[in-house]
Design a protein around this ligand. Structure first.
Ligand code: ADP
Ligand code: MG
Length: 326
């Protein structure tokens, strides 16, 4: 079982930033509106994430660390309509098999908090009382300490930190309703406050994507039967700006050929220049019309009606761009 976890860890846990991604997604699934992410030495020494979500009850602490224990999917029908970020129930098991993991949590019903501790090889989970507000703190120490081959593949602390920064940026772009603090080596480096008004959203976008993008970004919004797309796309006639390509489907970041093609084609209709499109776009659609369960890191998708989605994105972008040039 230990081995199975470590093999699974190879798929889910490639580097510290993949740990951060899984943990933050869990916090979001738990309904957190505030997160504090504390990274030490590129996340190799320590990743600690506090959230104010619903917490994990004492009885469920060991289960949360067990493989294929997810409380998010109950049936095949659930699997076809996934809106939660996690659904495989293997992230925590995988992470704990290649690190020392501390899970401290308190639910609203419990007066006191509890802490579970596991260390890679022993799958035994020790539980003791702890002090913690409602919510969860997960601490991942000494990543890959027991898999030296994997540890060797890690880059410098600085590079690993940059990967983490990027993972958090993607999440911050997808959830303006969640406050996120991100620290590295004891310094608070990023602070993304809750953004509700358009002005606050633009301020957050400015922090995340830079002034040049915001300055040349056109807002975009289109809805039609069952599909909605919103966001920002850079004017193709603007001077060269940072490469920014973020596409979300139902708040999940994806990289998809169909989407890329639609965006590029729309850009080329408007401008013959060779600018790479820069955009932050959010597509919302019926989760039953898109399979997200294609790839372990959950970045690839498969649309049931490829043509429809493609043409919808194309139309949304050309409309926004035409407006600006006319
Ligand atoms: P999945 O997210 O696919 O369900 P994980 O291994 O990532 O699987 O997490 C296992 C379970 O642990 C989750 O289903 C959830 O019940 C619980 N859990 C993990 N992190 C948190 C958190 N931050 N707050 C509340 N519950 C959590
Ligand atoms: Mg998860």
């Amino acid at each position: 079982r230990e081995l199975a976890n470590q093999i699974a860890a190879g798929e889910v846990v490639e580097r510290p930033s993949s740990v951060v991604k899984e943990l933050v997604e869990n916090s979001l699934d738990a309904g957190a509106t505030k997160m504090e992410i504390d990274i030490h030495r590129g996340g190799i020494e320590r990743i600690r994430i506090y959230d104010n979500g619903v917490g994990i009850s004492k009885d469920e602490l060991p289960l949360a660390l067990a493989r294929h224990a997810t409380n998010k999917i109950f049936s095949l029908e659930d699997l076809q309509s996934i809106l939660s970020m996690g659904f495989r129930g293997e992230a925590l098991a995988s992470i704990s098999s290649v690190s020392r993991l501390k899970l401290t949590s308190r639910t609203l019903e419990q007066k006191e908090a509890w802490q579970a501790y596991t260390e890679g090889r022993e799958m035994h989970v020790a539980i003791k009382p702890a002090s913690h507000p409602v919510g969860t703190t997960i601490e991942v120490l000494n990543l890959f300490y027991n898999t030296p081959a994997r540890r060797k593949f890690l880059r410098t602390e600085k590079t690993e930190w940059q990967h983490i920064d990027e993972v958090v940026r993607r999440l911050a772009l997808s959830r303006f309703d969640v406050a996120i603090d991100l620290s590295h080596n004891g310094k608070l480096l990023r602070q993304y406050g809750v953004a509700q008004s358009e002005l606050q959203k633009e301020r957050r976008l400015l922090r995340l994507c830079g002034a040049s993008f915001l300055q040349h970004a056109l807002t975009l919004s289109l809805e039609s039967t069952g599909l909605s797309v919103k966001g920002w796309i850079a004017d193709p006639h603007s001077p060269k700006i940072n490469d920014i390509q973020y596409f979300y489907i139902n708040r999940r970041i994806v990289r998809d050929r169909v989407v890329n093609h639609a965006v590029r084609q729309a850009y080329e209709t408007i401008s013959t220049g060779s600018n790479t499109p820069s955009y932050v776009l959010y597509l919302d659609m019926d989760p039953r019309q898109v399979d997200v369960n294609v790839h372990p890191a959950k970045q690839e998708v498969r649309f049931h009606q490829t043509r429809l989605v493609h043409d919808f994105i194309y139309q949304a972008i050309t409309t926004a761009l035409n407006h600006s040039t006319s």
